[in-house]
Design a protein around this ligand. Structure first.
Ligand code: ATP
Ligand code: MG
Length: 361
């Protein structure tokens, strides 16, 4: 059983309910991935999903589960970046009553709940090193104990891990265990960015248009010139960004504002510089001569802004987690967010979308 956040399967307006997820990924770049998914689904091997944020790693993970003999059991997901270490351990392995302050009753973790099914560990690179040791142990022995407990519990779970980080660099920096890396990386699937499989864009636009029209009770069309502009854009946020763009069009009832935003972004060109080079370039204005000291100060501030934004995006704007990763206090981070003028894109969504999403979650 897959826990799905939207009811495509039950929606009478969707005439092709099977055309979703990987079924939409018809490009030549995705064909080898579809083949690999079909091959690994039947086995119990651990799979490591890699690729930029929003490319559809979770969609691939769900497809593996759906095609596997475990399809009738649960598919569960844990985002390792969303919880601090102690809570993440309890989320994964459960806890006994009284294990820590607030543990009023015994609670099984996701490893127990997903018994017979599949568990997706998202943002695996963010897992604290101590927990990585416990995870490795579980993968090797198939047994674990709940937090605060001694009894060994066995669980038959197929593990899929996902990350958009450079795990090899994390390993070299001693932030990711080498033995766990090799244990997880039995089969690696690299999901390419959307800009490398542009032929999927019209199909995805149509899929999202129909889905959001049905969800919001609209009949919005997307003009051919908007589809053309979408085909040219570089989509740094990949399919998630495309999905949100179509959602905004449907909610606003017009493609114009989103179309114009994309045209403006195309005129600026894709970001090809590294964040640091861009940060330095942003501070140097050939028309205004300033001291080298001032350039250094401005570049440092800009680099800080870029780094904070990247970390916040990576942890889905979980500010407590971001503060820990950046090794500054929560209060200092809040101050810097305001100082740098950073805005969570999700908070800018139209109210109608936010309300519906709250209801759907
Ligand atoms: N092939 C697809 N068909 C339909 N929707 C898709 C497809 N691929 C991705 N999406 C949608 O795009 C969004 C991002 O997909 P997903 O969460 O799988 O990406 P991800 O690679 O796991 O991203 P992140 O690294 O941020 O966790 C989701 O809302 C998902 O439903
Ligand atoms: Mg994901």
């Amino acid at each position: 059983m897959i826990e799905t956040t939207y009811g495509v399967d039950n929606n009478p307006e969707m005439k092709e309910p099977l055309m979703e997820g990987l079924g939409l990924c018809t490009s030549s770049k995705m064909q080898p991935i579809r083949d690999l998914v079909a091959k690994v689904a039947a086995t119990n091997t651990t799979v490591l999903l890699r690729g930029e944020s929003g490319v559809g790693k979770e969609v691939v993970g769900r497809a593996i589960h759906k095609l596997s003999p475990r399809a009738a059991k649960l598919f569960l997901k844990v985002n390792c970046a969303a919880l601090p270490g102690e809570l993440l351990e309890s989320e994964l392995f459960g806890h006994e009553k009284g294990a820590f302050t607030g543990a009023y009753r015994q609670k099984p973790g996701k490893f127990e709940a997903a018994d017979g099914g599949t568990l997706l560990l998202d943002e695996i690179a963010e897992m604290p090193i101590r927990l990585q040791a416990k995870l490795l142990h579980v993968l090797q022995d198939g047994e674990f104990s709940r937090v605060g407990g001694e009894k060994l519990i066995g669980s038959d779970v197929r593990l899929i891990a996902a990350t958009n980080r450079d795990l090899e660099a994390a390993m070299r920096a001693h932030q990711f265990r080498e033995d766990l890396y090799y244990r997880l990386n039995v089969i690696e699937i690299r999901v390419p960015p959307l800009r490398e499989r542009r032929e999927e864009i019209p199909i995805l636009i149509e899929h999202f248009r129909r889905r959001f029209n049905a969800q919001y009770g609209r009949t919005v069309d997307i003009p051919a010139d908007t589809v053309r502009v979408f085909m040219e854009y570089h989509w740094p946020g990949n399919i998630r960004e495309l999905e949100n763009a179509v959602k905004r069009i449907v909610v606003l009832g017009s493609a114009r504002p989103v179309h114009q935003e994309i045209v403006a972004s195309l005129a600026r060109g894709p970001r090809t510089m590294s964040p640091l080079t861009a940060a330095v370039a942003a501070t140097v204005n050939p028309d205004q001569v300033v001291s080298l000291k001032e350039i250094a100060r401005q570049a440092a501030r800009e680099a800080e802004r870029v780094a904070i934004k990247e970390v916040l995006d990576r942890v889905h704007w979980n500010r407590a987690k971001a503060a820990r990763l950046l090794q500054i206090s929560y209060k200092a981070l809040l101050y810097k967010i305001v100082q740098c003028g950073l805005v969570n894109q999700d908070d800018k969504e139209p109210e109608a979308v936010k309300e519906t999403e709250i209801m759907a979650s």
